[in-house]
Design a protein around this ligand. Structure first.
Ligand SMILES: [Zn+2]
Ligand SMILES: [Zn+2]
Length: 491
């Protein structure tokens, strides 16, 4: 009886399921298929497969192997024949990312993929892992139980099964997310002691004030000149002159650029990050004029301001790190799920400086995330947590823009420059609010929606927010967001 009912299902759906599975794994299936041996009692799991003989034994009595379950099982078990190849493929990605492969991951992938394969053939089917809540079990006693792997499979492996990206990209993203979820790798590593980076930013901000650039009066940077004056009282006349010359050099050069949009300044910031990693300044890829200014100013900065700047960085870290430890995983899982993007396995370094930029924080593709720690930057407490995630989300800018442009092209429109950023403001704020309900997002506290982003408030509230609340898919939301903000046809 078991045999005839399952055989019929195999005849009808086997080819679809097999194609789905072999494509997903990018691995081959023996041309002659696998022999299935039916026994009344197989083992506790209802079925098992033996790697030595390519043989599959299925229990005909277990309720987990009846009907469609039987169909799922007779594909699940042969997939174990791939175990070595799958561990090897994961191993390659894990090595590149410097993370280990969770022991339960290959088996959880089989449960997930075989279940999805049957569901593709028969949409009303509830996969075995869900029906019997296999996710509760410790499949092999790993530190990252299957229950923690399931959301990662939904977030990363399912879009891949639906056609997004390559197998190895998906495996790498799974490992990165698993490393995050197991708590074996940090979400952020906060750097407090980066001397050259702090010196450069102090000069940068003071130079903007000296050049009378309007945003030098913004709260994140307004205190810098007064602090510079207070520190200077301990200096000799000669030191004071050298320092003033350095500020003037910045005022007429680097301080007139913005590291967010200026590649050459972003490159200097990146080189200074490397310098703080132990590179000698003589070998840094910084033009010699800028290097000379930094070299001359360094001993003066070290004496007059660096001790208090470093202390301010360290106390910021001491206040924000507990918030990351408490809420970081929740925020991270929300934003990666909402954006459908993955986080680097080793997290993002956050570089702390006392004065960063008129905006308080910024990020560049070369330097990473730069955050201000001074009290007036507004980045204290949960605002600091929100902005760390906000800046990290800028690392997805290229991918997000590509997605948005894909939707805009279809209706012959351009994506407004301000849209990806407004999405980050809303998403990072809502993610922190998702973790801590009393959090009021930064953009609301500081009235940003009433200013530059005002035209986007309504579309984001009507389209993007409902998506964050669970309605529809990301790409549906992006498509209608693009249509509405460009005045194109609404879907
Ligand atoms: Zn299995
Ligand atoms: Zn931003």
């Amino acid at each position: 009886m078991w045999r005839s009912s399952v055989e019929e299902l195999v005849d009808r759906h086997g080819r679809t399921i097999l194609d789905f599975i072999t494509r997903a794994y990018a691995l081959g299936w023996p041309a002659g298929g696998y022999p299935v041996h039916v026994s009344a009692y197989a083992n506790w799991a209802g079925a098992y497969s033996s790697t030595r003989s390519n043989m599959l034994v299925v229990s005909s009595l277990d309720k987990a192997t009846q009907g469609l379950r039987g169909l799922e099982t007779i594909f699940h078990e042969p997939m174990h024949q791939w175990d070595n190849q799958v561990f090897a493929a994961l191993g390659v990605q894990g090595k590149a990312l410097k993370v280990s492969v969770p022991r339960d991951l290959p088996h959880a992938m089989i449960f997930f993929t075989a279940g999805e394969a049957v569901r593709r053939a028969l949409p009303e089917y509830v996969p075995t892992a869900d029906a019997f809540d296999i996710w509760r079990l410790q499949l092999s006693g790993s530190s990252l139980p299957a229950a923690r792997l399931k959301p990662l499979l939904q977030q990363i492996w399912l879009p891949y099964l639906d056609g997004r990206g390559t197998r190895d990209e998906a495996l790498a993203a799974l490992l990165a997310a698993a490393a995050q979820a197991s708590g074996t790798s940090p979400i952020f590593t906060i750097e407090t002691d980066e001397f050259w980076l702090n010196l450069h930013h102090f000069l940068y901000v003071l130079g903007r004030a000296e050049a009378k650039i309007r945003d030098a009066s913004r709260s994140a940077v307004v205190d810098a000149p007064a602090e510079a004056e207070r520190g200077a009282v301990t200096l000799s006349d000669e030191e004071r002159k050298t320092w003033a010359d350095a500020v003037t050099a910045y005022a007429s050069g680097l301080s007139r650029k913005d590291p967010i949009v200026d590649e050459s300044l972003a490159a200097i910031v990146g080189a200074l990050v490397a310098l703080d990693g132990g590179t000698a300044i003589s070998g840094a890829p910084i033009d010699s004029a800028a290097r000379t200014v930094l070299e001359r100013a360094a001993p003066i900065y070290r004496k007059a301001w660096w001790p208090s700047h470093r202390a301010s960085n360290q106390s910021w870290r001491a206040s924000i790190q507990p918030l990351i430890d408490r809420h970081g995983q929740t925020v991270l899982s929300l934003i990666t799920r909402w954006y459908g993007m993955s986080w680097p396995a080793r997290g993002y370094p956050v570089h702390l400086v006392t004065y960063a930029h008129p905006l308080g924080a910024y990020s560049t593709s070369r330097g990473g995330l730069i955050m201000s720690t001074n009290a007036k930057s507004g980045l204290q407490g949960l605002n600091g947590l929100e902005m760390a995630f906000h800046e990290a989300m800028h690392q997805w800018d290229d991918d997000v823009l590509r997605l948005l442009r894909g939707h805009a092209d279809k209706i012959g429109k351009d994506v407004p420059d301000s849209l990806p950023h407004a999405m980050i403001w809303m998403t990072a704020g809502e993610a922190v609010r998702g973790a801590v309900p009393e959090h009021v997002p930064y953009a609301e506290v500081f009235g940003l929606w009433k200013r530059a982003m005002a035209p986007l408030v309504v579309p984001l509230n009507e389209i993007w927010k409902p998506y964050l609340e669970g309605h529809g898919t990301r790409d549906e939301a992006l498509a209608s967001l693009v249509a509405v903000v460009t005045g194109g046809p609404r879907r």
